[in-house]
Design a protein around this ligand. Structure first.
Ligand code: V47
Ligand code: SF4
Length: 723
């Protein structure tokens, strides 16, 4: 019987983990406990350094004689969409790489039926001739085997010949999942022992190589551990592997009927278990191209010490639905690493450091604050302590504390439609607008309607409080089952002001008409109200019997960290004060401020800080579709909100969030939200604007769920305070 205690003791003493230990770790719902342990081991090996390299992938052809069910990249000879690069084209791409500062090209492609062995050798020698210092990492074991057949040579002689032509090392592809049961289902390529033999031979010849595992399709945790064990055994024998790279399955156009991307939680588990189990590997690489940039950043707190890479052009995952983009500049990679609190170290293929930067020092938390954080009771944190925590190196500890404030694993989400009401609308026009929007949003799916008055604050116009009440009455008559919310406090305050009605009385009327809550508006930034206005409006609404939720925007522009933590924490403390007086707040939305460069590690820290700072507010809301993506400098890579937020939203649950807010219907399916919640070890519940739980039968319906942790919380953070 495995337990955390045994595993911790082994890790502490540097004792190797067993297969059962690895299985236990894959199955645990305690994601951050796993992450903390992996981080500990990673720090022992690498301190705060995280490597990256400036490289370019070149995929010379996608024409392939093999059929792998997971592969969306390959084309049969003669099939539409097939391509093959000439040596001149390869040289052109290598030239671009060198001009962009690359020290490595990574060459992998399909098994071309007609290209001769000599063509491959020519490809290598042409690149080497022109760019002698460019490291060529090329050809998976599957390609090496194919080339050996073409050359009618042994694997050893093939490798020697390729090395003479310019090949420096082997990448880790083609390993997939070693277990034959899984291989039989997904590919007819090399067996595990053939793959391992080729790498063994390369190592014996003094060539380094990498290794991978393609996960998140039909394999089980057992198969993953089996795979890792075989890699660990070969590494014991040869010490020839540089790095292990887990490859998350990209699900477009596969023949396995799988449509989902891997869960972000699963991506982190792969990294962390690999770091802990593969004790004889120096480097665990996070491949952002497949996991997404946000997961890659969090992976650095979960045992990854290597971030691949600038990549530039990559087709294998792109054609299989890769959403992360292809090109990250050196400076963006460095920023991603720095903003995770780590030191970026540019390396060459063989991990020789080329240049490095140092992250802002993030001090350890003082023992006093740490023991307060670890105690089970919610605490009255003062500002100084919260500042210390926010800027410290206590990411995992904050997650435990954030979770402890919650009493269960329930996560809420509502399905709504928002109607922005403009001041110049007549009642009939407003009703027509509402009707149109509800119909657009599959009327039956909408549980809550948000009437958004944020536009009223600035506009002059004829819209009066009475007219607004009339709209509410008509909506209630036409759609009696809808739960109604009004946004925002400020918009409604303006309406009351214009109509010369005392705010508190106006709210009481709103309540009497059946409006369930006053919500923050997504149209309006929180900064448009002063602290005392926020306090006064909430307090007045609560006195009138109305529940409200608050919004705290979070922004950390580069170099201004401490100042902005300060204002974030100040605003949290205003909400704590309100709640202490009235208990009228149901939730606090923690949102990245529009246009600000918030990184996911910072955002998650902010969620946990909010959870512990205002423990009397029942819920921290993490607005599902506003989780920050990396927000790179102009013209680079992804943009804000254009990224797989469902990968990282469940992590906010691990920081103490317990609500995804009122999600706009059509933006995401109910089923997939439930799966995301469950993947993180939580249980999803639908709610309306009045926080009534809806359709409990739905709350337990899940299908097509792969690799979710067992929901057995006997040893979760609720019963044990820390690792
Ligand atoms: O061998 C194919 C995998 C590999 C899909 O050594 C897919 O530094 C996900 O090996 N979804 C090629 N993966 C990529 C690779 C690699 C990547 C980054 C760094 C290194 C390294 C190696 O991609 C293939 C296959 O296992 N693959 N299809 C797919 N749909
Ligand atoms: Fe061919 Fe490689 Fe795709 Fe398999 S994964 S079909 S071997 S290109």
């Amino acid at each position: 019987m495995n337990s955390w205690k045994q595993i911790e003791q082994k890790v502490e003493a540097g004792v190797r983990l067993s297969d059962e230990d690895a299985l236990f770790l894959f199955e645990t719902p305690d994601l951050f406990k796993l992450g903390q342990l992996a981080d500990l081991v990673n720090r022992r090996k690498h301190g705060h350094d995280v490597f990256f390299n400036v490289n370019r992938h070149i995929n010379p052809t996608n024409i392939c004689v093999m059929t792998c069910k997971f592969c969306a990249y390959s084309r049969k000879p003669g099939e539409e969409g097939g391509y093959e690069y000439s040596i001149e084209e390869m040289l052109e791409k290598a030239k671009e790489a060198v001009e962009a500062g690359a020290t490595e090209v990574h060459i992998v492609g399909g098994l071309h039926p007609r290209w001769k062995f000599d063509y491959y050798k020519e490809m290598l020698s042409a690149i080497k001739r022109q760019f002698p210092s460019l490291h060529i990492k090329g050809f998976t074991a599957v390609e090496i085997d194919w080339l050996a057949q073409k050359a009618r040579k042994s694997i050893r002689d093939t490798l020697i010949s390729l090395r003479e032509a310019g090949l420096d090392s082997l990448p880790g592809g083609g390993a997939e999942v070693f277990h034959q049961d899984v291989r039989d289902e997904i590919t007819a390529k090399l067996t595990a022992s053939q793959w391992l033999d080729i790498h063994r031979t390369a190592h014996d010849l003094g060539m380094k190589s990498n290794c991978t595992m393609l996960y998140g399709h039909v394999e089980s945790f057992f198969h993953r551990v089996d795979h890792l064990r075989q890699l660990r055994e070969l590494q014991d024998e040869t010490q020839g592997f540089n790095a292990f790279i887990p490859l998350s399955f990209q699900p477009h156009q596969n023949e396995m009927g799988i449509t989902r991307y891997t869960f972000g939680v699963d991506d982190l588990k792969m990294i962390a278990v690999a770091r802990l189990y593969l004790d004889n590997f120096d480097h665990i690489k996070s491949y952002w191209i497949m996991s997404g940039q946000d997961v890659a950043q969090i992976a650095m707190q979960f045992g990854a010490n290597d971030l691949d890479g600038t990549v530039i052009e990559e087709k294998i995952s792109r054609m299989a639905g890769g959403r992360a983009g292809m090109n990250m500049s050196r400076s963006l990679l460095e920023t991603v690493i720095l903003r995770a609190g780590k030191n970026p170290v540019e390396r060459d293929t063989l991990y020789q450091p080329l240049r490095s930067l140092e992250a802002l020092p993030r001090p350890e938390v003082s023992m006093e604050v740490l023991s307060k954080l670890r105690s089970m009771q919610p605490q009255n944190w003062d500002k100084k302590e919260l500042m210390e925590l926010a800027q410290s190196d206590a990411f995992h500890e904050l997650s435990f504390a954030g979770q402890r404030v919650r009493s269960n694993r329930k996560v809420f989400v509502g399905f709504s439609k928002t109607v922005p009401l403009k001041s110049h609308l007549t009642i009939d026009e407003a009703m027509a607008e509402i009707s149109k929007i509800l119909k657009l949003g599959a009327e039956t799916e909408v549980d809550s309607l948000i009437l958004d008055l944020a536009g009223l604050a600035k506009a002059e116009g004829s819209f009066t409080l009475d007219e607004f009440f009339e709209i509410i009455i008509q909506v209630k008559q036409l759609w009696p089952k809808l739960s109604l919310a009004v946004a925002s406090l400020k918009g409604f305050w303006h309406l009351a002001l214009k109509s010369q009605v005392e705010f508190e009385k106006a709210v009481a009327e709103l309540k009497a008409l059946g409006v369930a809550s006053l919500e923050p508006s997504y149209l309006e930034t929180e900064g448009s109200l002063t602290h005392s206005e926020v306090r006064d409006l909430h307090l007045a609404a609560h006195r009138a019997g109305m529940k409200t939720s608050g919004k705290v925007e979070f922004a950390v522009p580069p170099g201004r960290g401490p100042a902005l933590w300060q204002s974030f924490i100040d605003r949290l403390l205003v909400y704590r004060e309100i709640q202490n007086v009235t208990e009228g707040l149901t939730s606090l939305n923690i949102e990245p401020a529009k246009g600000s460069q918030v990184f996911i590690t910072e955002y998650l820290t902010a969620v946990a800080i909010a959870r512990i700072a205002v423990s009397a507010v029942p819920h921290i809301t993490t607005p599902l579709l506003k989780i920050p993506a990396l927000s790179p400098a102009k013209g680079e890579g992804t943009k804000m909100n254009q990224h797989p937020s469902e990968k990282v939203a469940p992590m906010a649950l691990h920081m103490g969030a317990s609500d995804f807010g009122l999600v706009q219907v059509d933006s995401v399916s109910k089923e997939s939200i439930l799966q995301d919640i469950r993947s993180a070890g939580f249980q999803g519940y639908f709610r309306n604007a009045g926080w009534r739980e809806l359709d409990p039968s739905n709350n337990q319906s899940f299908s097509n769920l792969r690799h979710v942790p067992k929901l057995d919380f006997h040893e979760s953070v609720f019963s044990e305070s820390r690792v």
